[in-house]
Design a protein around this ligand. Structure first.
Ligand code: C5P
Length: 304
């Protein structure tokens, strides 16, 4: 017989958008999207232990701006805990430790990943056995890309990004990830998109990208990467344009702003090519350059 649970943990994977087609603003203020998400092996870790109250502590890698993490009252993990507790009519009692390796406001959906991991660790800690479909409904309430964060892997996203469907992705893709300590505000980047593209129509189709994924060939994928938020992100943070050019001159197959930025990702041939490109970027740009592979799984609980 197992003893009482002392800690429940889960890894929370960063996401990148391999294709991000942005359409017009809807009546609810969100933009219609056609996107393909991929979870990559850059992980936050969320751990929950039993407690009489509610507490959230955060630790962060040096390249992550810990001061930019919202306080406990405004933190998305608190909202996740409150929604799950409310669904089951239980008190939200736990002590959470969020260890951040995903930059804050970086275009990698780190907060969304933490929220999804929080749902699964608290479901286990509180022994609720919430059906997957109900967790997905909570995820939709938490943010547009939280449903994807719950699934992981590679998914097509539509609506405001919350309608997710796994896509066939047999490849092992290698990325160099260049984070920045200073984040970009997602609403600001979308507003700038509206200024630059006032007559946006239907979001660009991801069909070509989905076909390229199925080949497993990084050169095919490189040719199809697409992000409609890249131009507004370049406009708000001009240094990103030079960074993309630098990564490509170091041999990356293609550089791309991740989501609303400012994180940039560089697709490489394989692991050793990613190591070489990362080393080159560190040498020439004095930047933090990490390597990661995708697709990575969604959060799964680990108990001790
Ligand atoms: O859904 P979430 O809270 O993560 O979205 C954050 C912000 O990003 C929204 O308030 C909105 O400004 C912008 N957004 C958007 N269209 C989407 C998704 C997000 O305009 N489809």
């Amino acid at each position: 017989m197992s003893g009482p649970v002392s800690a429940v943990r889960a890894r929370a994977a960063a996401k990148i958008n391999l294709h991000l087609g942005v359409g017009a603003t809807r009546d609810d203020g969100y933009h219609e999207l056609c996107t393909v998400y991929q979870a990559i092996s850059l992980f936050d870790q969320v751990a929950a232990t039993p407690s009489d109250g509610w507490r959230v502590d955060t630790r962060a890698e040096p390249y992550v701006d810990r001061a930019a993490v919202p306080g406990v009252g405004d933190n998305i993990v608190t909202r996740a805990g409150a929604l799950l507790a409310e669904l089951h009519d239980v008190e939200p009692r736990a002590e959470l430790l969020v260890e951040k390796a995903i930059p804050v406001a970086g275009g990698l959906a780190g907060g969304s990943a933490d929220a999804a991991a929080t749902l699964v660790v608290l479901d286990e800690l509180w022994d609720l056995q919430t059906p997957r479909a109900e967790l997905l409904e909570l995820a939709v309430q938490l943010g547009s890309d939280v449903p994807f964060a719950l699934l992981g892997g590679t998914c097509h996203g539509s609506g405001r990004g919350e309608v997710v469907e796994p896509v066939h992705d047999p490849g092992e893709w290698w990325w160099v990830v260049v984070p920045h300590r200073d984040g970009l505000s997602t609403p600001e980047v979308y507003r700038h998109f509206d200024d630059m593209v006032p007559d946006a129509a239907a979001p660009a189709s991801s069909d070509g990208l989905v076909r390229a994924l199925a080949t497993g060939d990084p050169r095919e994928l490189a040719a199809c990467l697409h992000n409609d938020l890249q131009r507004p992100a370049f406009d708000l943070r001009p240094a990103l344009r030079a960074l993309i050019a630098l990564g490509e001159s170091e041999g990356a197959l293609r550089g791309l702003v991740s989501g609303s930025g400012p994180t940039c990702v560089f697709l490489c041939e394989d692991e050793s090519h990613a190591d070489t490109v990362a080393e080159g970027l560190r040498y020439t740009g004095h930047v933090t350059a990490l390597t990661a592979t995708g697709p990575a799984p969604g959060p799964a609980v680990d108990t001790d």
